[in-house]
Structures are given as structure tokens and as C-alpha cells.
Design a protein around this ligand. Sequence first.
Ligand SMILES: C[S@@+](CC[C@H](N)C(=O)[O-])C[C@H]1O[C@@H](n2cnc3c(N)ncnc32)[C@H](O)[C@@H]1O
Length: 281
Amino acid sequence: MAPDLGEQRAPLTVDWSALWRDLVEHAAQVAPERSAGDYWEGRAEGFHDRVQARDGQPDSIRDFVFHAVRPGSTVLDIGAGTGAWAIPLAGRAERVTAVDSSASMISVLRRNIAAQDVSNIDIAAGSWPEVSVAAHDYCLAAHSVYGSPDLVAFVEKMTEVARRTCFLVVRAPAAASVMAEAAGHLWGLPLDRPGFMVAYNVLLQLGLTPNVLFADRASDPVCSATLEDAVARLKQHFGLATSAEHDDYLLDLLQRRLEHHDGSYQWPPESRSALISWRPE
Ligand SMILES: C[S@@+](CC[C@H](N)C(=O)[O-])C[C@H]1O[C@@H](n2cnc3c(N)ncnc32)[C@H](O)[C@@H]1O
């Protein structure tokens, strides 16, 4: 006879929004410059160059969103950056509002809008969810949520201003990534950064019914020339550059998890992007 799992199963007690906050706060401790002042000052041009280098590569998430946005509609792009989404979406929608909290990103965005001769993008300088905006048909936030500790407020405001669909694009790290394993040891957390798994569960706990699309392509594989380089990468990621306290553990972890071939150390696949979309009920 099948066991009665209902009796034995532990109640689901994970507080996903608290875990999200913890991960954002740990990341902020590792890189305090990200939350102080305009992090993108001196970096916005480099970001734009990296975005341009990816232009034209297959992107199933982008294709899905562009297909979903109906001509004649309005789109709100939260954390628009240099316009990677806002500018092409302006060719499909009637109007786009680009929200961003970084003056440096907005200045590159303005230049890109002018260079493309686009006339239907409005810019709203400010931080989500505090910034005030009107309702739009679609609401998109692509890789702009990682610094926001209150994911519930972020998502609830998206849901409030969208008439048709909300799109949240986030990285989806492999649950068994080296970074996640190290986070378990160093921080007692199951993950190293906020991302898909936590965001998706927060949405479920909010009573939303999110759909998911994973990007076809994973992030480019990472290779380290030496084990010392690999240790340095891990230490940088966890803000341990000046401490030797965990070196033995980190070296052991890397010897176990990296594959050594052709003279270098190959990291297992780490991350891909995921699109979470939902309709405001
Ligand atoms: C990694 S960039 C992504 C830009 C763009 N969405 C893309 O996919 O190319 C993140 C952008 O979000 C902005 N950002 C981060 N948190 C934000 C917030 N709470 N409100 C508004 N903008 C935010 C940053 O200033 C930056 O321009």
C-alpha cells in the first residue's frame, strides 16, 4: 500500500521573500559600491558596449516578449539601462516609458534614443517601486531587480500598473552551481545571489500564477587558467579577497567541482536567464 505522504510531509515553511532580502543584503555587503550613489557612473558606456556585442544573437526570451507586445500598446520598462529593450520595443508599441534610477545610464539612453531617431520613448528618472507612473499595458523589468530587497513591493507595483502582462527577466543559476555550494558553507544560505528560484516562489506565495520561459542558451562557460585564479574568483564573489580564513575549504571545493582539461579548469554551467510572466488578476 502506498504510504500516506500527506501525514509525513513537513509543512512548507520557507519564507521566500525573507530569503530574497537576505541574498540582496549579502550581495550588497560583498559589493557596497552597487548600492552607494550612481554605481553606473564610469560603467554605463562599457555596459552599452557589452549589450551591443550581444545584439543579433538568438534570444528566445526577447522573441517571446516582442511577440507578446501588441502594436498600439504601451510598455513600461523598469531599469531600462541603455535601452536594450526600450528602443526596439518602441518600434512595436505606441509608447514606451523607460524608468531608471541611474543618471549615467539615462544619459547613454538619451544618446541612443537620439541616434536611432526614436520619438515615442518617455524617460522617468527614479527608483522602482517609489517612482510614480501611470498604468501601461505591459510592464517589463529585465535584470533590474537584484538590488531591491523588498521583492514583494517591486512585484506588487508592477502588477498594479500593468493592464495586460508583467515580464520579469532574471538570471536562473543552476541550483548545484559551485557558487551555490560555497554559499551554503560560507553564509548558511542555499544560493549565492537573488534570482529565479526565489523570485518564482515569492510570486507563487503572492497568489500569482506565473509562467516561465528559460533562455535556450546558458551563460558562456567559465574557465580559470589555474586553481589559484579559480580561488581568487570565488573569493571575489564572496567578498573574501583580503581574508585567508576559508582558503582551504574553497580549494577543496574547487578541486572537487572543476574539471581539469586542456590545461585549464572548467567551471560547471552556472546560469541562464529566465522570463517570469504573469497577468494582473
Ligand atoms: C543590468 S542593467 C539592465 C538594463 C536593461 N534592462 C537591460 O536588460 O539591458 C540594470 C539597470 O536597472 C537600473 N535599476 C536597478 N534597480 C533599479 C530600481 N530599483 N529602479 C529603477 N532602476 C533600477 C540600473 O540603474 C540599471 O540601469
